[in-house]
Design a protein around this ligand. Sequence first.
Ligand code: UTP
Length: 415
Amino acid sequence: MDRDDGVFELLKEYNQQHIIKLLEKLEGKEKEELVEQISKVDFHQIMELYENTKKDIEIKENKIEEIHYLDKAKLNKAEMDIFNELGEKVIVSGHYAVITMAGGQGTRLGHTGPKGTFKLDVYGKGKYLFEILAENLKEANKKYNTIIPWYIMTSRENNDETQEFLEKNNYFGYDKNSVMLFEQGELPLVNLEGKMLIGKDMKIKEASDGNGGVFTSLRKTGMLADMKERGVKWIFIGGVDNAILKMADTTLLGMAIDKNVEIASKSVVKANPHEKVGVFCKMNGHPKVIEYSELPKSMAEEVDYNGELKYGESHIMCNLFTIEAIEKISKEPLIYHSAVKKNSYIDENGIEIIPDMPNSYKFEAFIFDSFELFDDIAILRGKREDDFAPVKNKDGVDSPKTAKELYEKYWERQC
Ligand code: UTP
């Protein structure tokens, strides 16, 4: 059996006859490249993930408990001083690094280009999301007399554009040698019938494998080794799309050190029981975040004896890890979740179809699924108005309009 026969067999076995048809039409380099790509795809894994989309998520059999947290607003001065001092020491001595996850597609925002290149309309002139993050880190550098290494996770799709944008804007004044870009992994997109999408380049269309891909990517791209060389001990990992994200919060860092844990996270109280955010809990004794789509209504509404939501600590993509924790996670496979998203594709006649409805599954690992690998996590409850101004949707909740308001109000209070 030659290579092509083997590929045809494989595609038949996994019900991907449309790719056989495409292969029959292609010649030369295009065909070679597609065959090469097919040989690298784990069809068994993708079809298993597709089959999983038809199953209901069952969390009832597990032992779920509420999680312990500390409320920043309720810490006394002595506690604050202890935490801040511990955290400050780590940053000042150069043992701290920051990762910005910027490999997402930002489909809900609908901005053409990487999300970090989106300009938030603040103070008339506007600021790019990358600019806002750079300013935040530069301020920390000034305060702690250091240069925090800044790692930016991109995707194959947006890496070059991100690099060019940062170059063009002179890294917004950040020390260029301390900004490291690295690409995350990808997985094929499949349509609602389990067929892999074909892209304009006549290849199977792939998309980044979720923010949980950060751990293996750090190892595979050599960034973990780079961190070790620089003497990094604690790593903050945040998203690109929170306009008031605090990336060098000494209280959070000091609290993690004081509690002798390997992972820590900032939460804010859920705006209402049905807000579309993941919430912290303990599952079978381990820290866990349950996605809103997987949280039963009764649990979402359950209150404790103070009348507070029992599962009300929202995960806001504001996480801290020791380097050992990252190393450990990078060697463990995280589960994949599926999301239905709009993705353009080439149909059997070679015509590009741009769907107006979600038409495909994207498989993503989530950063918070790594928490289960640990016995404990330190959670610091922050305040929505001080910590969380997400830019997710084009309009309405968590949109540029709400983020602008939160950003401007936050900075007004700091004056
Ligand atoms: P979201 O899950 O909100 O996804 O990402 P998104 O791509 O920004 O937006 P939608 O869902 O397509 O509208 C949360 C954070 O994780 C990053 C994003 O860039 C954002 O900072 N992320 C997400 C990645 O780095 N890689 C991914 O594969 C997915």
